[in-house]
Design a protein around this ligand. Sequence first.
Ligand code: NAP
Length: 411
Amino acid sequence: MGENLKRTDLESAIQRTRESFDTDNPTVPYIEGDGIGVDIWPAAQGVFDAVVEKAYKGQRKINWLEVLAGQKAFDNVNEWLPEETTNKFEEYGVGIKGPLTTPVGEGIRSINVSIRQIMDLYVCLRPIKYFNGIQTPTKNPQDVDITLFRENTEDVYAGKELEEGSEEVQKLNKFLKSEFGWEIREDSGIGIKPISKTATERLVRASLNYAVENNKKNLALVHKGNIMKFTEGAFRKWGYELVQEEFSDIAISWEDCNGDPGDKILIQDVIADAFLQQILVKPENFDVIATTNLNGDYASDALAAQIGGIGISPGGNINYENGKAVFEATHGTAPKYAGKDQANPGSLILSGEMMFRYMGWDEAADLTIKTMEKSILDGNVTYDLARGREEAKTLKSSEFANSLIDNLDKF
Ligand code: NAP
């Protein structure tokens, strides 16, 4: 693992990544995805190509390169995640993927987690914003415009877990008792929750850098430090220290400014359970969130539900220091819809929008959002977004993509 970059080095690294994509014909590796991957990938790819064509008048074109993972990889090459796949993502810098089946009880624990760990993609970036017209379970979904930075490499997701009854767990339990006097029930499984200063600093630095670049007004460190003092509590402490050390010219904590940050970005911290309440009752108070892995997993899905669900929730896994990134639909393989041309390709399409923006292809990114907004507002949507909207027309995955492509003539 490399040494952490400081704020200005990080800014230069991001600039270098953008410059590397200032080219007309980049190769972008993609994983089609299992289950509904066969429906949503071709739909999304059609939209990507049309948007790029429209934005750059034929001057730019993406050279798509399929790489294998998941069931398709297992069926073809007898491996769930061939080395070739992460090698290609590393080689070309940026890639995109559909959902993958997680094999139960064999091989890799989770292919998604493996890709993140092999490539050290330390940020899970989840923007959550409402599209007009979508039916939601909450009253004021338009108040949600939150970008969540979830730490992606450690916490209880580090995979340091031992099974109840195993020789290893008994050994560890004995050690914990003899060395620390810790009494843990004999019939326990034990997991380890590492939270490091290194991972916390690079996550918080990336989130603050994003807040600055995007003129955001506040950033909240979300943690459960009242209970887990040396992991979640340390995340909070290291986060504030980093703000003080590297961002004091543009950011200030609530305590230091008595709630009046002036022109600076306001930094506050919120305990995770209170946060889950506050995003329901006053989501407008939050712009950017930096949080640990498990908190981020729960919070991002809760926020996605607030703005209308999983069919339009994109994500990106990013190492801002070396520039590598894999963007992904955040939902699963939805097996009951596989091959039926029904599932919503929106999450994958919006992941592509994030990818364009990351590459510095802002014109393509803006067009992707614009055409998605129009189809949703017009009620030209897949089954999931047609629920509860009488005026909406239920389209197939491919028809929804065509609706987005057709809109492009009007812009
Ligand atoms: P899921 O595949 O996300 O599906 C759950 C439900 O979410 C679907 O039945 C459907 O709900 C809705 N949904 C998901 N994607 C949709 C889309 N594109 N358009 C419209 N509705 C969509 O979750 P799961 O059934 O728990 O998991 C299935 C498999 O996916 C498992 O193997 C799991 O490990 C894997 N998984 C992969 C990822 C990933 O690759 N990132 C993430 C999560 C799960 P309705 O039936 O109500 O319409």
